[in-house]
Design a protein around this ligand. Structure first.
Ligand SMILES: O=C(O)c1ccccc1NCC(=O)[C@H](O)[C@H](O)COP(=O)(O)O
Length: 226
């Protein structure tokens, strides 16, 4: 079972998460501050990616809506997985073809906001040309696809897993309280967690709660089909 955890902000945090069982480290690198959760500089992302090389996969999120900015990010950071999650831009065949030509090792993962059953057709269409899908909840129509801390209708997610033709990561409000139920219901290839595996810090910032991360990974593995 793939266990993907966002947002990792330093190499020590990355190492601690690997030790806790995480298999995909999620980074949110930005060229300039955007006000999203867990933002790090490109230089910090490069340090983390180089530091975990061959020990763990790294996924880089692109919340931007400009394909040129997304491509520049991918070219510079060369992650294992590029997670496209803008609220006004989705992966298209042109972007995927450019990535496959220039960065053939990199997988493309498109976020799908599961609002209602229209997500099923959307997912099937993306499944024709991306490598993976991540099914997420979204806060509202103008606040993006992820980081809501809320679950969505897993019946729809299950239908997408059964019909989209590519591996699916389930995200949205997952934590130690519900990851096993989610896996048994949806049967995804992987699970993702952010809000429920964070802990606040006295300075007002946040960090990963390593005990929650460790338990999340353990519970996910136990619930995974053999
Ligand atoms: O979508 C965002 O704004 C975001 C910002 C920073 C890092 C990751 C982000 N979202 C993508 C993810 O995969 C989250 O982990 C996913 O939305 C789950 O979030 P949560 O519901 O808080 O567990």
């Amino acid at each position: 079972m793939i266990k993907q955890i966002y947002p990792i902000v330093s190499l020590p945090e990355a190492n601690a998460c690997i030790e806790a069982g995480v298999t995909v480290l999620g980074l949110n690198p930005v060229a300039r501050p955007r006000g999203s959760v867990g933002e790090i500089s490109y230089a910090r992302a490069q340090q983390i990616i180089a530091g975990v090389k061959d020990r763990c996969k790294v996924v880089v999120i692109a919340l931007e809506n400009d394909p040129q900015v997304i491509l520049e990010k991918a070219r510079l950071l060369r992650p294992d997985i590029l997670h496209i999650s803008g609220d006004r831009f989705c992966a298209d065949r042109e972007l995927v073809a450019t990535c496959k030509r220039e960065l053939p090792f990199m997988k493309i993962m498109q976020a799908v906001q599961v609002v209602d059953t229209t997500a099923i057709e959307q997912a099937k269409t993306f499944g024709l040309f991306v490598d993976y899908l991540i099914l997420d909840t979204g806060s509202s129509s103008d606040k993006g696809i992820g980081a809501s801390g809320r679950t969505h209708d897993w019946n729809i997610s299950r239908q997408i897993v059964n019909s989209c033709g590519v591996p699916v990561v389930l995200a949205g409000g997952l934590g130690c309280d519900n990851v096993q139920q989610a896996i048994r219901k949806v049967r995804p290839w992987g699970v993702d967690s952010m809000t429920k595996t964070n802990c606040p810090r006295p300075d007002g910032d946040r960090a990963k709660d390593l005990e929650q991360v460790r338990l999340f990974c353990r519970l996910a593995d136990r619930a995974a089909p053999q």
